[in-house]
Write a protein of this length. Sequence first.
Length: 139
Amino acid sequence: MYRRYSYFRDPVFLSAVILYILNRALFKPWAHGHTHFFQFYFNDLICIPFWLPPWLYIYRRIGIRKHDYFPTRFEVLTHWIVWSLFFEWIGPAIKGPFAWAVADPWDITAYGAGALITGFFWGAWSQPNRKKPSRIEQG
C-alpha cells in the first residue's frame, strides 16, 4: 500500500531536528575541547535528514516534485552531491559571504553517511521502481 510522505511530520526529519537542538544545547557545550565530532561533524551527519524534507516540500509546492512518495534515491544522492560541491568546494572559494567556509573532505563523508543511513529509513536504496498509487490509495 502507498504511504504518503509527511515532510515535516516525518520521524526521520523530526529526529534530526531534535538531534540538532541537542547538539547545540548539550553536546557541543559539554564536549567542547574533548571531541571534534560534535563540534565539526555531527551537524554534517544530520544535514540530509534535516534539510532534504523542507526542500522536497518546497519542490512539491512549486510543482518541481510531482508526487508525495518518500524521498527517492535520485533526490537523496543529488542533494548530497550538490551540497557537497557547494559547501566544500564553491563556498570556500568565494570570499565575502562565505569567508567562514572551510573545505573539509570529512564533511562530505559525514553528509554521505547521513544520506546513506537516512536513505535506508526512507527506503531510497530499495526497489527503484515504485508502484504508482491508485486514485483510491491517494485518498
